[in-house]
Design a protein around this ligand. Structure first.
Ligand SMILES: Nc1ncnc2c1ncn2[C@@H]1O[C@H](COP(=O)(O)OP(=O)(O)OP(=O)(O)O)[C@@H](O)[C@H]1O
Ligand code: SF4
Ligand SMILES: [Mg+2]
Length: 368
């Protein structure tokens, strides 16, 4: 049995080990539609994300599942409707000063490197601006030294040549390297990468993933890696969190989630992604998306109960009525699915999503 004193101490130590957390955050957007009617988009509901130093957590889910909204809450570009963002154990405050201090620890990298650099200025200026803002103690020579170091870090050499270029003179991959260098200029503890490689040429995506991997190893950065694409998550991350229609449905260590997904949606994502046996040298296969999965449901009027029930081949009557509880599976792995509380989780391993869908279709046809 757990000794309550030592257990409390262990829990506290575990909590303080997280550099950044989103605790049960919700984001609702109010939108005005036709005839001036307002509706609420339930973009994210009660999502929890925890990042440790040196850890890469992949956040996967199809388009519209709420990944960017969650990242923007973590980057403090959106205030949560409910829940809180916690940096090194402290809930963050809303003052301007606190916000700047926050952004010197947590940096967001967007999908489109061109959109995030000032096109009118050279690379040197783009980096220098971040240094002036977040490292005011540096004099001119110190900033120049730092710019050289940063460009070396992201392998843009000769550094003088790259510092003198305008963003339009760089390739997509080089631009994204500059964006990463600028994020590193503030010496952050956390990088939030919102599909940081998805707009890059397939031939250089692997190099970018390797750069991110190196930053984690060498600098102990925590990285939230957002992607549609479970294959690149599989390559890069330690842990995987899966979002469906604004909710987290499963999270856990990569090997466990990939080898034995414990939610039917995760299973569908994994079975739709390329075969890892083909290896990481097969670049086309590694980055082939799981885009053929169909449209996610409306977040204005989401399905009742489990939001995945209209697409789930394992759905039971209760799935339509009540949201499933979270089941802890050990080793930090959890899933939200009724199969676990109804003693049916074994079915997930026993069949593929396609077989389960075909069997369900036969049952429904037989019943009609
Ligand atoms: N500012 C906003 N106002 C209203 N609705 C929004 C806003 N931002 C996002 N949404 C809605 O919230 C939902 C989640 O969007 P989000 O961009 O977070 O998804 P995503 O998982 O990042 O998708 P993608 O993979 O396409 O980038 C979508 O229905 C989107 O239309
Ligand atoms: S709760 Fe029900 S509908 Fe939802 S994923 Fe599990 S079995 Fe499918
Ligand atoms: Mg997005």
């Amino acid at each position: 049995m757990r000794n309550p004193d030592t257990a409390d101490a262990a829990d506290a130590a575990q909590e303080s080990a997280y550099v950044l957390e989103a605790r049960e955050v919700t984001k609702h957007f109010t939108v005005r539609g036709a005839l001036g009617r307002t509706s609420v988009v339930r973009a994210v509901e009660q999502a929890t994300v925890r990042l440790k130093p040196g850890q890469i957590l992949a956040l996967v889910g199809e388009s519209g599942s709420g990944k960017t909204t969650l990242a923007r809450m973590l980057a403090r570009f959106h205030e949560p409707t409910e829940g809180e963002i916690v940096l090194r154990g402290e809930p963050v405050s809303g003052s301007r000063r606190a916000r700047r201090a926050y952004h010197s620890e947590v940096q967001l990298i967007f999908q489109d490197p061109f959109g995030s650099l000032n096109p009118l200025h050279r690379v040197r200026y783009n980096l220098e601006r971040a240094l002036r803002l977040h490292q005011p103690q540096l004099d001119r020579a110190g900033r120049e030294r730092r710019i050289t170091e940063l460009l070396e870090r992201v392998s843009l050499t000769p550094t003088d040549e790259f510092a003198a270029k305008f963003p339009h003179e760089l390739s997509g991959g080089q631009r994204q390297r500059v964006v990463i260098a600028r994020a590193l200029a503030v010496e952050p503890k956390v990088l939030l990468g919102d599909e940081p490689i998805s707009m890059l040429d397939v031939s250089i995506r692997l190099e970018m993933l390797n750069l991110l991997q190196r930053l984690r190893t060498e600098d102990g950065l925590a990285l939230l890696y957002i992607t549609h694409d479970i294959a690149s998550a599989r390559y890069l991350c330690d842990e995987i969190a899966v979002m469906y229609a604004g909710q987290m449905v499963e999270s856990g260590p990569k090997e466990e989630v990939i080898a034995a997904p414990q939610h039917p949606y995760t299973k569908l994502l994994i079975e739709s992604s390329p075969d890892p046996e083909r290896g990481v040298d097969d670049r086309e296969a590694l980055f082939a998306g799981a885009d053929e999965l169909g449209e996610p449901p409306s977040l204005i009027d989401p399905p009742t109960g489990c939001r995945f029930h209209p697409r789930c081949p394992f759905a039971m009557p209760e799935c339509r009525e009540q949201a499933p509880p979270r089941t802890e599976l050990g080793n930090g792995h959890w899933a939200m699915c009724w199969l676990h509380t109804k003693g049916r989780a074994g079915e997930l391993a026993g069949t593929t999503h396609a077989e389960a869908t075909a069997a369900r279709r036969r049952t429904l046809e037989g019943a009609s």
